[in-house]
Design a protein around this ligand. Structure first.
Ligand SMILES: [Ca+2]
Length: 334
């Protein structure tokens, strides 16, 4: 199944991809292509894009009625050739109408590359390289082709999409639901048992949350993901649910996203001030709070290759809980 497109993969695609007809074999060549990108991470995740297929049909001068079952997503190699179809789903918008308003979200799998944070660098051409050999792996932003057809014309079979969720989220295991028997959450390499734990009795959703356990000699405590790879110019919506209890009334929490360039240097404005996006702002939340939703949308600035998302408490007593950490990119296909 994963190699059925080998014939097409051998073709080198040059120039614009819109409205293309790739090969004589109509059963494998995507005709109607909406091009988008996603940034590969260490871990596998699901990206999403909202697509107005009416607009795309107009652009492609395509007549007929959009076929929701025809949506297939292909990865594109860095040389422009088509790679395999990836697990994907089309989720119609609430007011979807196949004829009048064929709009919805496409969610697809973005395969992790497994290159650990400390081994990752980005070269001058925008490729992820693996240190210390500086072995070039792939571009930071991978192209994807969302293909579709009109009713009665679909010929290519989509890969099984049984495990594709109904929304995209870059953040790995942000609900802390996946954990091993010892209570260590999966995929979150910054979990530190000396200052945090899984909580199976206090949570916002599911069965677990992450609890920060500050103390007088162990403060501040933070939970962060240091190796989010981002695409400059793309807007990211970053959020989590938080709760604080028993903390001192002076200062409780801060949460930010920081942006780093390809050398992992923090990006700053022309006054030398670090570029950040705040979820809990600089004046902090100065007292305990029950479950509250914190969110910000921020555009990754020019030159940004990495983002750090963290939640930190300055308390020396009490606990702070975190659940449903999320980072979503909504690349609206052009
Ligand atoms: Ca949870």
């Amino acid at each position: 199944m994963r190699r059925i497109h080998a014939i097409v993969s051998a073709l080198v695609i040059a120039g614009a991809v819109a409205a293309m007809s790739l090969a004589a074999d109509e059963t494998v060549a995507p005709k109607n292509v909406v091009e988008t990108t996603a940034v590969r991470q260490y871990w596998t995740y699901y990206n999403e894009a909202t697509v107005d297929f009416k607009k795309e049909m107009d652009r492609l001068k395509l007549t007929g009625t959009f076929d929701p079952a025809s949506v297939i997503v292909y990865a594109v190699n860095d040389d422009g050739t088509m790679a395999d179809a990836v697990p994907a789903r089309f989720i119609p918008a609430a007011d979807f109408d196949a004829s009048a308003k064929p709009v919805g979200r496409v969610v697809w799998e973005v395969t992790g590359d497994g290159i650990f944070l400390t081994q990752v660098a980005v070269d001058d051409q925008g490729y992820i390289v693996k240190k210390p050999e500086m072995d070039r792996k792939h571009k930071l932003a991978t192209k994807y082709w969302i293909t579709f057809d009109v009713k009665g014309k679909s010929t290519a079979a989509a890969p099984a999409a049984a495990n594709v969720p109904d929304h995209g989220d870059i953040f790995p295991n942000g609900g802390f639901e996946e954990a091993n028997a010892a209570g260590v959450p999966d995929k979150l390499i910054y979990f530190r048992p000396e200052s945090m734990s899984l909580d199976t009795t206090v949570f916002h959703a599911g069965k677990n949350s992450l609890r920060l356990n500050p103390s007088a000699d162990n403060s501040p405590v933070n939970f962060s993901v240091m190796d989010l790879r981002v695409e400059a110019g793309r807007t990211y919506t970053v959020s989590f649910w938080g709760k604080a209890l028993g903390t001192e009334p002076s200062i409780s929490c801060v949460s930010e996203v920081m942006w780093l360039d390809k050398n992992r240097e923090q990006l700053k404005d022309d006054k030398g001030v670090a570029l950040t996006a705040s979820l809990i702002k600089e004046n902090y939340t100065k007292t305990d709070f029950d479950w509250r939703f914190f969110e910000t949308s921020a555009q990754a600035p020019a030159g940004a290759c990495f983002g750090i998302f963290y939640v930190q408490t300055y308390a020396k007593a009490g606990h702070v809980w975190i659940d449903d950490m999320s980072v979503r990119s909504q690349p609206v296909a052009k």
